[in-house]
Design a protein around this ligand. Sequence first.
Ligand code: NAP
Length: 326
Amino acid sequence: MRSRRLGKTDQIVSEVGFGAWAIGGSWGQTDDDESLAAMHAAVDAGITLFDTADVYGDGRSERLIARLLRERDEDIFVATKFGRRAPLDVAQYTYDNLRGWLERSRENLGVDTVDLVQLHCPPWETYYTPAVFDACDRLVDDGLVRAYGVSVSKVEEALKAIEYPNVATVQIIFNIFRQRPAELFFEQARMRDVGVIARVPLASGLLTGKFSRDSSFSSDDHRSFNRNGEQFDVGETFAGVDFERGVEVVEELKGLVPEGATLAQLALRWILGFEAVSTVIPGAKSPEQARANAAAAALPPLEDETLRTIGGLYRERIAPQVHHRW
Ligand SMILES: NC(=O)c1ccc[n+]([C@@H]2O[C@H](COP(=O)([O-])OP(=O)(O)OC[C@H]3O[C@@H](n4cnc5c(N)ncnc54)[C@H](OP(=O)(O)O)[C@@H]3O)[C@@H](O)[C@H]2O)c1
C-alpha cells in the first residue's frame, strides 16, 4: 500500500482508506462482526485511514472503530465528523455545541485526542462565519483534536473553506462521474497544503459495474429512499447521476478495465491519478470488498487512451447532469 501526506495535518496515511458510513447501519443491512472483519482485512491490506461521523448509526460506526483500535497495534488515523446532531443551522455551531459533540466522539472512539474532525456538510452560512472556525481552533488548542477540516457538498464551499488558514483537509465527492473538483479546487488545495479526502469514489457502488437497470435496493437503503434526494442531498446517492444513465455509461467503462482488475479498481485508480488527492475512502462492508479496494493502489497508472475515453464519456454523458450542480 502506498501512502500520501494528508496536507497540513502532516500525517502520512494510506492512499486508499476506509469509508465507515455503511457499517454504522443507518441504512441497509449490516452485521457488526462482518463490519469488524472488513476493517481488520483493510488494516491487513495496509489501510491506515478510517473515515466516520458521530451520526453514522448514532455512534455505532465510531464505536466499531474503537474496537478496531483496541484490537490492532498499527498506527491508525481516524477522521470523524460533527455538526449533524442538531438541525442544520449555523446558530448551532457554537463552541459549546461543537465541544459537546467532540467529547462524545472521543468517548465513542475511546481516544483522548481525535486525529481529525470535519464539519459535516454544514449549512452554507458556516463558510461566512469565522466564529465557527475560531471555535474549531479552540478545540485544537484544548487538545481535544489534532486538526480539523470540512466535508463539503460543493466545489464553491471547498474553495471558501480553504480560505480559513487552519482548515487542514477538505472531503469532497470526486470520482469518474464527478470530475469538477479537479478543475480548480485541486490546484488551490495544493497551494494551501490542504489534504483532500475523496469520498463516494464508487458513486455508491454504481462504478463497480454490478448494477443493471433492473437492480433494486431495499427500502432502508439510501439508494432506494434517497434516489431522488428525498432525505438528503441527492448528490450523495449515485453522485447525483441518474441511475439509468449511470448504468449505461458504466457499460462503456467496462471495456476499459485493465486485465486482472475490476471496474471498481479502475475507478479508484483513476482517482489516485490525481496528485492532489491524499486518500480515497470507498465504503466497504465485507473483508472481500475491503481487500479488493486496497488492491487498487497497486495498479499501474491508467493509460492515456483510457483517460481520454473516460474524459469524453464524462463530458458528453455525465457532466450535463452534475457539473453545474456541485
Ligand atoms: N457528507 C459526508 O461527509 C459523506 C457522505 C457520503 C459518504 N461519506 C464518506 O465516504 C465514504 C464512501 O462513500 P459511500 O460508501 O457512500 O460510497 P462509495 O464508496 O462510492 O460506494 C460504496 C458502495 O460500493 C460497494 N462496494 C464497495 N467496495 C466494493 C467492491 N470492492 N466491490 C463491489 N462493490 C463494492 C458497496 O455496495 P453494496 O452495499 O451494494 O455492497 C458499498 O456500499 C463513506 O463511507 C463515508 O465515510 C461522507
